[in-house]
Design a protein around this ligand. Structure first.
Ligand code: 3PG
Length: 395
């Protein structure tokens, strides 16, 4: 598939639609970028396009906004200061029509508003894809972290370009190289440490890791985050499947609880079940599991220390809060000291690795989360990941 890698000859002086994954963690209502790994990963492709006088529309999603009520805090305009600081002269388009007007005006680097502010992106709608297609002659996908989604800009838009005008960028090329090594012949024991809260996305992929052909099969799965908490209700059959395939599956044996005074959790952690305790006087207090506990850390530590290959995805606790960081940090410290092949995937887990100084110590930090898991778990990623399939499908 090397011939799909973008080269100067195919993009020089052309209009290019660059699908990026700049879904970066933001704080302070969008005003501050917590981790810029995904932005950094786009720079080589962006530079190639700019240096070869392409007219580029950069498009990404950011979070999961409701298109009927787009949340300003998730506008991609919050990425403009980073791009400007990194010497990209970029204008901002609030819609595809606005981008078309800016191209006509002669602007050569345009950042489009959050693709998920438009309802056609996640529907996904061919009308929206056709509208995006009018902006460019060449399609370049460098959004590795979104290749597992069927959003219009990922799975439909490429089909509006002739097969020889669709490419992937340097970020995807690097990911494919590193993750293919992990997928094909992982050294054993191969341990997957999976946390986070995207249960629906991750469970089928964990099943694939467990049922992979023996050479590629994971030896042990350690579950944290919501996955560990909800195993009985979300995947009651997973432990049996793991046993049948000879895979050890461990879930947390204890949790840290948040202070009872915390307000009820909303948004990303709203799935957490409260722990209600009653004092001897009969007063009830409510707390929430916020992280894995010390016994779980002690249980998982030797598994990670002995592994030859580690894939870590998702955080163990509610990492956004200081009180929820200890479990993830402890796991990352062990992974950082492991001399085997170690891969960290996922925006949150990657950000945590950067924050605690482990990112430089591991073999590879993937820009993807669910996409990385999907790539590793699949026997045929070019068929199973909609974003890769769309690059090679004959329209
Ligand atoms: C990610 O952060 O994993 C990717 O950007 C995909 O985001 P999504 O899970 O909201 O589709």
């Amino acid at each position: 598939m090397e011939k799909l890698l973008v080269t100067p000859a195919v993009i020089a002086h052309k209009r290019v639609f660059l699908r990026a994954d700049l879904n970066v963690p933001l704080a302070l209502a969008g005003a501050s970028i917590v981790d810029d790994h995904r932005l950094q990963a786009l720079v080589p492709t962006l530079r190639l396009l700019v240096q070869n006088a392409a007219c580029v529309v950069i498009a990404t999603h950011l979070g999961k906004p409701d298109p009927s009520q787009p949340d300003e805090a998730l506008s991609t305009k919050h990425l403009l200061p980073w791009l400007k600081k990194n010497h990209f002269t970029v204008s901002f388009a609030t819609s595809p029509a606005h981008a078309r007007a800016l191209i006509a005006r002669g602007d050569s680097l345009i950042l489009l508003e959050n693709l998920r502010f438009f309802k056609g992106e996640q529907e996904p709608s061919t009308t929206f894809a056709a509208e995006l297609a009018t902006l460019a002659d060449v399609y370049v996908n460098d959004a590795f972290g979104t290749l597992h989604r069927s959003d219009a800009s990922i799975a439909l838009l490429p089909l509006y370009f002739p097969r020889e005008k669709r490419f992937y960028g340097y970020c995807i090329a690097q990911e494919i190289k590193a993750l293919t090594a992990l997928r094909k012949a992982p050294g054993k024991p191969f341990v997957a440490l999976i946390g986070g809260n995207k249960i629906a996305t991750k469970l089928p992929l964990i099943e694939q890791l467990i049922t992979a052909p023996p050479t590629a099969r994971v030896t042990q799965v350690l579950l944290g985050g919501l996955l560990g908490l909800d195993l009985e209700s979300s995947a009651p059959d997973l432990p049996k499947l793991a046993r049948e395939k000879g895979v050890s599956l461990l879930k947390p044996v204890d949790y840290l609880k948040s202070a009872p005074a915390l307000p009820p959790l909303t948004g990303r952690r709203s799935g957490l079940k409260p722990c209600i305790s009653t004092s001897s006087g009969g007063a009830k207090s409510v707390s929430y599991p916020i992280d894995i506990g010390p016994q779980t850390i002690a249980l998982f530590t030797p598994c990670l220390a002995k592994a030859q290959t580690i894939f870590a995805n998702g955080t163990m606790g509610k990492y956004e809060e200081k009180a929820g960081q200890a479990g993830t940090n402890a796991m990352l410290a062990i992974i950082g000291n492991n001399a085997g092949f170690t891969v960290i995937g996922g925006g949150d887990c990657g950000a945590a690795a950067a924050q605690c100084g482990v990112a430089e110590k591991v073999s590879f930090v993937s820009t993807g989360g669910g996409a990385t898991l999907a790539f590793i778990a699949s026997n045929e990623p070019w068929h199973d990941l909609p974003g890769l399939k769309a690059l090679i499908t004959v329209a």
